[in-house]
Design a protein around this ligand. Structure first.
Ligand SMILES: Nc1ncnc2c1ncn2[C@@H]1O[C@H](COP(=O)(O)OP(=O)(O)OP(=O)(O)O)[C@@H](O)[C@H]1O
Length: 639
């Protein structure tokens, strides 16, 4: 026979498993393979060694604290909050406590006042003697004070929280602007957007919906306990235990019940959002592949999942409200009994008993403020966990500073020694995208890099541009402008897109660049000329026109090294020939160094030297005039 505790245990096991699944799926690195574990271990032990050399090796206590910080990421996030806005956040806590305390005092004093006046009115002598002015003035003062304090609290807490979120958003963005981070996030743009917006906004729960109500409620409970302690020590201890136990207990129960569904709700919402983005962005392809309905179904499924979790959370909320009302009624009944006992034993009068009852009612109310924070605990946990690490690593430095390459010797534009690059150095046994290579490019030289698709041409350009950090070997290069394979144009005017190269350019310079890129005529013919507005990704221009606009931007760039990745791909032969002639003329006239990655003969024809890559290795190099130059360029596509 199964033991009676089996269902409970299996329920707990299921909950623990679900929790572990969630932890694994929310951005925690996948379980490391042997190589990665070794690499991680090496990195960690190196860090610890460095620390111990400095005499600050983490103690057992510190390690335990680090473990706690990883399990409860909100501590790390709260540290970030207080590092940004310590004083306003502390002031906000104080004001929140003052507001709830004044609310309690207002209710308690009103109860005392009404009861006292009623009793004083029983005889003319007491009625005449009774001082109505002091308590009524105090009540008015408390009412005004509470309103002012509430107003100030809202102002201070929200202002400070928004300021923290702005600072964190900027910090996070700078962290992502690092070349590697940006590259890996490009793989999941929906996630990037979601984290920049929703995850960061969710962090406000930490302070506004958890810390502020908890501090205000606990502070008020302590104040009430001190006050009732003067009436009778047992009353003080009892009220503190009851309020803290009841208020925090119900909040803890709600948090425990809702943390999983709430975190899943955030994940389901993220899924719904990315599926909807796919549906909208890829509608043409989906329709052509007759997958529109299937994708629609996937969106509906994600939506249904969100609704189901919403219902679960609603149920938890209703149960929480019910438990809280019940506990409040029990507390009220206990306060009534305690008041009656105080009156009966002559330790207090009826007005004090009324004050006690109303104080008990008012003091339990602030704990209700924790309800929303607890319902969204999982969401907050998820956001804190996902953002704690990138925010911890983000140095807040502009990306450009991180990628600046050292300058090469005077006569060179590029100097590389044993330069090597691997996209996933730790995680997989993939061969490097570039094996160690030595390279020197003279200033003003025009160089073509050729080789089969996937041989590492773009990777080399990315390294020269400083877009990828060179982990191994030495690389020095002049500042570079890079025309990538994918034309990046922005939702802006033609002028705005060109000004990206240099802000101070006048219209004449812009037209000259457009002319050089073979686009001036098309822009002249459009209604708004340079002010013609482009949609996302240059919408409104053809593929070839977009490419030429990007080329015009490159022509305006003041950088001495121009890197071009298949610059005339997608252009018709006549336009491409014209554009290349202009490119050659511009680069020669201004003494620019050109590095062109290409599959096309017409592009390689500009070069004075050609480099051949194969499987990430530099296999051949030939200067114009040498037979190998002709042989290597003949291998390329002719049109
Ligand atoms: N972001 C990335 N993450 C992982 N691997 C990548 C990434 N980009 C490129 N690679 C890999 O690196 C190798 C070199 O790619 P690269 O884009 O440099 O080739 P390429 O010569 O420019 O190709 P093509 O001529 O088709 O543009 C390829 O094996 C490719 O799969």
């Amino acid at each position: 026979m199964k033991p009676a505790s089996a269902p409970v245990r299996s329920h707990r096991t299921a909950r623990r498993r679900a929790w572990e699944d969630l932890q694994n799926s929310c951005g925690k690195p996948a379980p490391a393979n042997g190589m990665q574990r070794k690499a991680d271990f090496a990195v960690n032990s190196e860090a610890i060694d460095r620390k111990s050399q400095r005499g600050d090796a983490p103690s057992g206590g510190m390690r335990a604290a680090q473990r706690v910080l990883q399990t409860f990421p909100w501590w790390a996030m709260l540290r970030q909050f207080f590092a940004q806005q310590r004083k306003p956040l502390l002031l906000g806590l104080l004001l929140a406590w003052c507001t709830t305390l004044m609310g309690c005092m207002l209710l308690g004093l009103s109860g005392w006042f009404i009861t006292s006046t009623a009793i004083a009115g029983l005889s003319t002598a007491t009625a005449l003697m009774f001082d109505v002015f002091t308590p009524s003035a105090s009540i008015r003062l408390l009412a005004l004070g509470r309103t002012a304090s509430r107003y100030a609290e809202r102002l201070v807490t929200h202002d400070a929280t928004l300021a923290v979120l702005v600072a964190l958003r900027e910090k996070l963005f700078h962290g992502w602007a690092r070349p590697e981070a940006a590259g890996s996030l490009q793989l999941r743009p929906a996630r990037l957007l979601f984290r920049l917006t929703r995850d960061l906004d969710t962090l406000e729960n930490l302070y506004l919906r958890l810390l502020v109500p908890a501090v205000a409620a606990l502070g008020t409970a302590v104040a009430l306990a001190i006050f009732t302690g003067f009436l009778h020590p047992l009353l003080g201890i009892g009220s503190l235990l009851w309020l803290a136990g009841m208020g925090l207990g119900i909040a803890w129960w709600m948090g425990r019940q809702s943390i999983l569904p709430s975190a899943r709700h955030a994940q389901a919402l993220e899924r719904l959002r990315s599926r909807t983005i796919d549906l909208v962005a890829g509608q043409t392809d989906l329709l052509m592949a007759q997958q529109w309905q299937a994708q629609r179904q996937r969106v509906l499924q994600a939506d249904a999942r969100v609704s189901t979790i919403d219902q679960t959370l609603n149920r938890i909320e209703v149960r929480g409200i019910w438990a809280f009302s019940l506990a409040q009624s029990v507390g009220l009944a206990a306060a009534l009994l305690a008041g009656g006992w105080l009156v009966q034993t002559g330790q207090a009068g009826a007005p004090v008993a009324a004050l006690l009852v109303l104080l008990a009612l008012a003091a339990s109310e602030p704990f209700a403020g924790l309800r929303r924070g607890m319902l969204e605990l999982g969401k907050t946990w998820l956001a804190a966990r996902r953002l704690a690490e990138p925010l911890g690593h983000a140095g807040g430095q502009p990306a450009t500073e991180a990628v600046a390459l050292p300058p090469p010797p005077a006569e060179l534009a590029v100097q590389a020694r044993q330069l090597q690059y691997c996209y996933w150095p730790q995680s997989t046994p993939l061969p490097p995208a570039l094996h160690p290579l030595n390279l020197e490019i003279r200033r003003g030289e025009h160089l073509a890099i050729v080789g089969p698709s996937g041989c590492g041409k773009s990777t080399l350009l990315a390294l020269l541009a400083g877009e990828l950090p060179s982990h191994h070997g030495m690389l020095a290069a002049l500042p570079a402008a890079w025309l990538t394979q994918r034309t990046e144009l922005f939702q802006d005017s033609v002028r705005g897109n060109l000004n990206l190269a240099q802000l101070t350019l006048d219209d004449a310079a812009l037209w000259q660049a457009l002319e050089a890129a073979g686009l001036a005529q098309d822009i002249h013919q459009s209604r708004d000329g340079l002010d013609t507005w482009l949609g996302e990704g240059g919408l409104g221009l053809s593929g070839g026109q977009s490419r030429r606009l990007a080329l015009a931007r490159l022509f305006l760039s003041p950088q001495p090294l121009w890197l071009l990745d298949e610059p005339t791909e997608g252009l018709d032969t006549a336009t491409a020939t014209e554009v290349l002639a202009r490119l050659h003329q511009q680069a020669t006239a201004s003494g620019r160094t050109l590095v062109i990655a290409t599959h096309l003969q017409r592009e390689a024809a500009l070069a004075q030297r050609v480099l051949h890559l194969r499987h990430g290795r530099l296999t051949e190099s030939a200067a114009r005039g040498q037979p190998d130059f002709e042989r290597l360029t003949r291998l390329l596509r002719s049109g």
